[in-house]
Design a protein around this ligand. Structure first.
Ligand SMILES: [Zn+2]
Length: 323
């Protein structure tokens, strides 16, 4: 893999210059760019949770307007980013911007385009600096039979990868959830291995696209939020797998389950049990592989819990108070 290290300082300079330009457009002194705000047309403000992102990170965008916006959406890396309206807050729109795990470091623009009920158009733009993620690397020398899957296995894995890609490409226009997300295992507060790359006999594999959560076989796996099951089957790499669609291009992925307890089409409440922890697929021991895809970008799922809040305690309370 080509090293990006030598090019990062250059990109950083470019980004600073662009931010100064953006600040200039909003008539702010260049020194006042610490706040993660964008340059907007009058009456609208754009705020991002950060302007210094890294590969695999997730950003929260907030657009506030003097007049409620009838139509508004964001744009990032050629993809439309849906912006939702919080209940009772007509003038506030929010959206999640995913920075893919393998997005090349550099400066990227996030744009918002909207229109008020009166027909007046509004727009915002801001530059986001994406730096290289700090991911672990593991070098392994193993027997050939562990590195080279059979032609049938390669074919199967390729078809499944394509199926997942097509699935994550679909955007359900409604937001199926409301409120906070949770880590799918009770009592687990963090996960590991996000972005980790294994180098088997000198050949780098694809980076680990989710986090591994510790758990023993049979531990209940809870839906991170409300949504609809769009995949519930056994896959070559991730074993028994469930994918949940939360709407607006946001999907959570649950792998290596010992048992799947839902089927495609099921509507899941936040915190509903969708299966049990296991060691199915290409793994060495039981754990939950938990992934998050936002507009096709593979991001660290722990960040959605951090950005929107952790609902696990509330979910447990809601479940237990049901008649
Ligand atoms: Zn994993």
């Amino acid at each position: 893999m080509r090293s990006q290290d030598g090019t990062v300082p250059q990109m950083r300079r470019t980004w600073l210059a662009l931010v100064c330009l953006a600040a200039g457009a909003a008539l702010l002194p260049c020194g006042a760019t610490a706040k993660a705000t964008g340059a907007c047309t009058a009456g609208t403000t754009l705020r991002l949770s950060t302007l210094e992102a890294s590969q695999g990170s997730l950003l929260l965008a907030e657009v506030r307007s003097a007049e409620p916006l009838a139509e508004v959406s964001g744009e990032w890396g050629g993809r439309i980013i849906p912006l939702w309206q919080e209940a009772g807050k007509e003038s506030v729109r929010k959206g999640l911007v995913g920075v893919d795990l393998e997005l090349a470091p550099g400066a990227y623009e996030f744009k918002v385009i909207g229109q008020a009920a009166s027909g007046e158009k509004t727009s915002c733009r801001v530059m986001v600096a994406v730096k290289k993620g700090r991911f672990a690397r593991e070098k392994l020398q193993v027997g050939k039979q562990f590195v080279e899957p059979s032609p049938e296995q390669i074919k199967r894995a390729g078809e499944e990868r394509q199926k997942l890609r097509e699935l994550f490409d679909r955007v359900t226009p409604e937001r199926l959830w409301d409120g906070k997300f949770r880590i799918p295992l009770d009592g687990v507060t963090t996960g590991s291995n996000f972005g980790k790359r294994r180098i088997l006999n000198g050949n780098p594999g694809s980076p680990h696209g989710g986090v591994d959560l510790p758990g023993t076989t049979g531990t209940p796996v809870h839906a991170a939020q409300r949504g609809r099951v769009v995949l519930a089957e056994e896959l070559f790499f991730s074993g028994n797998t469930v994918v949940e669609d939360h709407g607006l291009g946001i999907y959570t992925f649950y792998g290596h389950l010992s048992e799947i307890e839902v089927k495609v089409g099921d509507a899941l409440e936040a915190g509903a049990v969708l299966g049990k922890v296991g060691a199915t697929g290409r793994v060495t021991g039981p754990h939950l592989h938990w992934g998050l895809t936002v507009e096709r970008a593979r991001v660290n799922p722990l960040l959605i819990v951090k950005l929107l809040g952790n609902s696990s305690e509330e979910a447990v309370r809601k479940e237990s108070s049901k008649p």
